[in-house]
Design a protein around this ligand. Structure first.
Ligand code: G3P
Length: 308
């Protein structure tokens, strides 16, 4: 029996690997699945059984009751709408849980339509096909997705953290491996300190009007003053709550349990997590230490009661 008080943050697993989905499902914590072309590639490459991709997708859909996001591969509006319909019409009858994933903006060259994603979201939503708008990196993109009719929006926390810390250059050119904690508060402080130093150097006018260095500091994230991935989700939530959008936020590209905790504290609708992050949410070294003590202290009389 699950005891739930009101609405709570749903947990999706961000993988196409059937064993991971089945394992998470068996814990009773799984509310849905998100996939993308890279995750499907990884799953298929690691597959030991020789099953077709159709059967693989069908198994995912049957394993969970909640929504399963399947992403399109095209970049024009026409391609995306057609692929989304193929996915939805081909698979939704299996368990009535297909959501199609459409990037907010698919353009990568100047010949591509920057607005194909928004147009595809509008068309599909009008046809009652639920859309998860993906690759969202700014609050304004999330606002556009919601207005166009997306049922879900997926801000990419981890990738925003990657981008901001690269700008701050905390590690002086060294890479941040996935899963490294991004110190949001420290980032704020470094920025404030740099601004302070610029002001104290007395070259403010020159810096604002000539080499723009102060303005560059205000544009670190290049995303409406966002400081971190968690900050991005918080801002989207503020906007959606203010205007009572029905679009649900799926906090995505999460790499650490700490990001999950911060999302839960702000009351985000859904967090989609790599299976490794879900595992880490259950593990704590002090729990292990406590267990060692309890296990040692089971006296024989108590053990015999436990054996019934
Ligand atoms: O759900 C989005 C996710 O799969 C991307 O994650 O860690 O590659 O940025 P990541």
């Amino acid at each position: 029996m699950r005891i739930r008080k009101g609405d709570m943050m749903k947990i999706f697993v961000d993988t196409a690997k059937i064993d991971e989905i089945k394992e998470a499902e068996s814990w009773g914590i799984l509310d849905g699945v998100t996939t993308n072309p890279s995750l499907i590639k990884k799953a298929v490459e690691s597959e030991s059984e020789d099953i077709s991709l159709d059967d693989h997708i069908e198994e995912i859909l049957r394993t969970v009751e909640g929504p399963v996001s399947l992403e399109v591969g095209g970049i024009s509006k026409e391609e995306m709408v057609s692929e989304a319909k193929i996915l939805y019409e081909g698979f939704n009858d299996i368990n009535n849980n297909v959501v199609v994933k459409i990037p907010i903006n698919t353009a990568t060259t100047e010949n591509d339509d920057e607005f194909a994603g928004v147009k595809a979201i509008k068309t599909l939503s009008e046809d009652d096909i639920p859309v998860n708008c993906t690759l969202v990196m700014s609050p304004n993109q999330a606002l556009m997705a919601a207005k166009a009719g997306a049922a879900y929006v997926s801000p990419f926390l981890g990738r925003i953290d990657d981008h901001i810390r690269k700008k701050i250059n905390l590690r002086r050119g060294e890479d941040y491996p996935k899963g490294t904690y991004y110190p949001e508060e420290l980032a704020r402080k470094i920025r404030e300190q740099k601004i302070y130093e610029m002001i104290m150097s007395g070259r403010v006018e020159e810096m604002i009007y000539k080499d723009h260095s102060i303005m560059k500091l205000f544009d670190w994230a290049n995303d409406d003053g966002i400081f971190s991935g968690v900050d991005l989700v918080w801002s989207i939530k503020e906007i959606y709550d203010r205007y009572e959008f029905d679009t649900e936020i799926i906090a995505a590209s999460i790499r650490t349990p700490r990001q999950v905790r911060l999302c839960a504290e702000m009351g985000v609708d859904i967090a989609t997590l790599p299976f490794s992050v879900i595992e880490k949410m259950v593990i704590h070294f002090k729990t292990k230490e406590g267990m060692e003590g309890f296990t040692k202290d089971v006296i024989p009389e108590y053990r015999s009661i436990l054996k019934g």
